[in-house]
Design a protein around this ligand. Sequence first.
Ligand code: IDP
Ligand code: MG
Length: 141
Amino acid sequence: MPEHTFCMIKPDGVARGLTEEILDRITKAGLKIIQTKQLSVTPEMAADLYAPHFGKNFYPGLLNFIISGPVLACQLQGEEAINHLRQIMGATDPRQAQAGTIRGDLKEENIFTADGSIKNLIHGSDSPEAAKRESVIFFDK
Ligand code: IDP
Ligand code: MG
């Protein structure tokens, strides 16, 4: 079934000039890019996006990381877009992400920010509910 998903090229991906490369991988995988927006995430938006992780030990570092520079927010569409995107992203920890995935192929030697967040280039919604919720934070406000 065609569905929509939300993704975001994180500050590390934009800063390293990997935006085109990552969008290219997404399109080559058969996902359609409906809308993109480059912006700097505000602390409020970051807290909203990562509310499910509130209280975890990596939460403060994650918020600092996501507001540290511009990101590219994207709305995608395609067959099983949510799972498909998650597959081409690869595992959360890039050291465990398989070859051929975005996180696996494009990882840096040091995957951690100064305060311990994992830098892994891309965010992708993990459920239809998350896709709706996250998309609104970036595109409907
Ligand atoms: P996901 O991005 O693969 O969905 P989540 O578990 O939702 O992974 O975590 C959100 C983000 O928080 C990750 O992409 C990563 O940047 C960061 N993160 C997750 N787990 C850890 C951790 O154990 N240490 C540091 N940062 C983490
Ligand atoms: Mg997640």
